[in-house]
Design a protein around this ligand. Structure first.
Ligand SMILES: CC(C)(COP(=O)(O)OP(=O)(O)OC[C@H]1O[C@@H](n2cnc3c(N)ncnc32)[C@H](O)[C@@H]1OP(=O)(O)O)[C@@H](O)C(=O)NCCC(=O)NCCS
Length: 206
């Protein structure tokens, strides 16, 4: 697994594009984001929240919010997608991912604010997660979604994921993809930093 410099999270930020070319920044969540993140989840439609958390939830329980804002604990990470609206950074999406060592894989969940759905942001964020997973050295990316969640299944299908039965819960469907990305295809800061660190270690070893 790649070691992240948690004292400088900003260096792992990426700039993506929505379908209309609008700039979307993806960055790790920081403790200062706690209130805005909670407001974001409260403002999601109940259907989106239900789909995101696979059950009814009006807001993040305190302990879950705490996990969200402490990036890197237990190999779990949260990112937010933001867009500048009238000069203000506005949170339009989020994703959370966890690294599993056996086999090396990344499990994730994500959401896009209802007002910003359908604009290619979910697809761009998912591609960015794939690059972050590759930087970790993960071989596979996967997630679980409700069988009734057409949007997530549509996004996963379009992004090249295969569907398998969830081993633990018949209400869920698992989507997964082997990571096979050439660095030039989907660059992200995590990848560039991991590659630079690997090159430095190789030089130091000689
Ligand atoms: C699922 C979700 C993340 C998709 O994000 P999004 O930004 O709206 O998706 P995009 O605009 O990038 O769409 C990409 C593709 O996904 C598919 N898709 C998106 N919304 C869809 C819908 N309502 N029905 C079917 N397919 C859909 C389409 O294939 C789409 O490509 P197209 O627009 O060229 O047809 C978003 O709907 C969401 O946040 N839902 C609530 C939370 C959730 O369900 N999270 C998943 C838990 S793992």
């Amino acid at each position: 697994m790649t070691a992240l410099r948690l004292d400088d999270l900003k260096q792992y930020s990426d700039v993506l594009r929505a379908r209309d070319g609008r700039v979307v920044t993806v960055r790790f969540v920081e403790p200062r984001d706690a209130e805005e993140l909670q407001n974001y989840f409260r403002s999601l439609s109940s259907r989106s929240r239900y789909n995101r958390f696979l059950g009814a939830m009006s807001e993040l329980p305190h302990n879950v919010l705490d996990h969200f804002i402490h990036v890197g604990e237990r190999d779990e990470f949260s990112v937010v997608a933001t867009i500048k609206v009238d000069g203000f950074e506005t949170l339009v999406g989020e994703a959370r991912y966890a690294f599993h060592a056996e086999p090396e894989s990344l499990e994730f969940g994500l959401s896009i604010d209802d007002r910003w759905q359908g604009q290619g942001i979910g697809a761009a964020l998912l591609r960015n997660l794939e690059c972050r997973a590759a930087a970790f050295g993960a071989e596979r990316l996967f997630g679980d979604t409700l069988r009734s969640n057409d949007a997530m299944q549509g996004l996963a299908r379009k992004s090249g994921y295969a569907f398998v039965t969830n081993p633990d819960d018949w209400k869920l469907v698992r989507f997964e993809k082997r990571i096979n990305i050439a660095a030039r295809d989907i660059p992200c800061a995590s990848w560039r930093i991991a590659a630079a660190n690997a090159a430095l270690s190789a030089v130091a070893a000689h």
